[in-house]
Design a protein around this ligand. Structure first.
Ligand SMILES: C[S@@+](CC[C@H](N)C(=O)[O-])C[C@H]1O[C@@H](n2cnc3c(N)ncnc32)[C@H](O)[C@@H]1O
Length: 241
C-alpha cells in the first residue's frame, strides 16, 4: 500500500523530472496538459495541483503570512508571495528534495525576498504555533495517510482567526478498499481521497469552524469496471478566535 512516503517522494521526483525535461506531462490532479518542450526553464514548471488559481481564490491580502502545505515546484507559493507583497511572508513545506530544489531555484529566479521553502512533512510542520494567517494546500492532503494529524498541524500553526484554504480531490462516496490500497491510485491523488463528510468531520475534530466545501469541477475514474465519481473541491475552514 502506498501510504508509504517513499513511494510518494519517488513518484513526485519523477513527475517533476518529466515536467522539467521533454516528456509531455499531465498534472496528476488537474486536466491541464503542459506543452511538450525540451529542457524547460525552471519558471515554466506548472502547478501539479487540483486547481490553477488557488492563491487568487484563497483571498490572500497584502501583508499576510501564508504557509503552503506540499508546495511542490513552487507555483502557488510564488503567486502567493507576489500577492502578499514585501510586508508578507510565504513559506512552502514539501518532503521531496527535488521539489524543494525547484522551488528554491524559482524563488531565486524571481528575486523574491518574502518567500522560502522548508524541507519537511505536513504531519510535523517546521513552523511555530499561531504563526500563519492562511494555510493553503493544492492537491496534497489526499496523499497523506494521517489526515487528522495534518489538520491538527494546520490548526496549530494558524493564528486565532486564521484560515485553511485547501484544493483537493473529494470522493462522492467511500472508495472501494482495493482502490485505497492501490499504490498507483494513491500516488495519483485518487486512492487517498476523503468524502465530503469525512473531510468535514476530520476538520471539525481538529478544532476548525465555518467549514465549507465547494465543487470546482467534477471528474471520475474507472476502477475494476466501475465508474467512480469524484470532484476537485475547494475546502475552507477557520480557526476560532
Ligand atoms: C500533487 S503535488 C502538488 C504540488 C503543489 N501543491 C502544486 O500545486 O503544484 C503533491 C506534493 O505534495 C508533496 N507531499 C506529499 N505528501 C507530503 C507530506 N506528507 N509532507 C510534505 N509534502 C508532501 C509531494 O512531495 C508533492 O510535491
Amino acid at each position: 500500500m502506498t501510504k508509504n512516503k517513499d513511494s510518494i517522494k519517488k513518484s513526485y521526483a519523477q513527475t517533476l523530472k518529466n515536467a522539467q525535461t521533454e516528456t509531455s506531462k499531465e498534472s496528476c490532479c488537474s486536466e491541464q496538459k503542459t506543452p511538450k518542450l525540451s529542457l524547460k526553464p525552471v519558471q515554466s514548471i506548472p502547478s501539479f495541483g487540483c486547481i490553477i488559481d488557488l492563491p487568487e481564490k484563497a483571498g490572500l491580502k497584502e501583508g499576510d503570512i501564508v504557509v503552503d502545505f506540499g508546495s511542490g515546484p513552487g507555483h502557488d507559493l510564488i503567486r502567493a508571495a507576489e500577492i502578499i507583497g514585501s510586508q508578507g511572508k510565504a513559506i512552502g513545506i514539501d518532503m521531496t528534495t527535488e521539489m524543494i530544489q525547484n522551488a528554491t531555484d524559482e524563488i531565486e529566479f524571481k528575486g523574491l525576498k518574502n518567500a522560502e521553502v522548508r524541507l519537511g512533512e505536513i504531519e510535523n510542520v517546521p513552523v511555530e504555533d499561531n504563526f500563519a494567517d492562511v494555510v493553503i494546500s493544492n492537491c496534497v492532503i489526499n496523499l497523506t495517510a494521517n489526515k487528522s494529524v495534518v489538520f491538527k498541524e494546520a490548526f496549530r500553526i494558524l493564528k486565532p482567526g486564521g484560515r485553511l484554504v485547501d484544493a483537493d480531490v473529494i470522493a462522492e462516496q467511500d472508495l472501494p478498499q482495493s482502490l485505497q490500497d492501490d499504490n498507483k491510485s494513491w500516488c495519483s491523488c485518487i486512492g487517498g481521497a476523503l468524502t465530503k463528510k469525512g473531510y468535514t468531520e476530520a476538520l471539525k475534530a481538529a478544532g476548525f469552524i465555518d467549514i465549507k466545501i465547494n465543487v470546482d469541477h467534477s471528474r471520475h475514474t474507472e476502477w475494476q469496471g466501475e465508474k467512480i465519481k469524484m470532484y476537485s473541491g475547494i475546502i475552507s475552514a477557520v480557526k476560532p478566535l
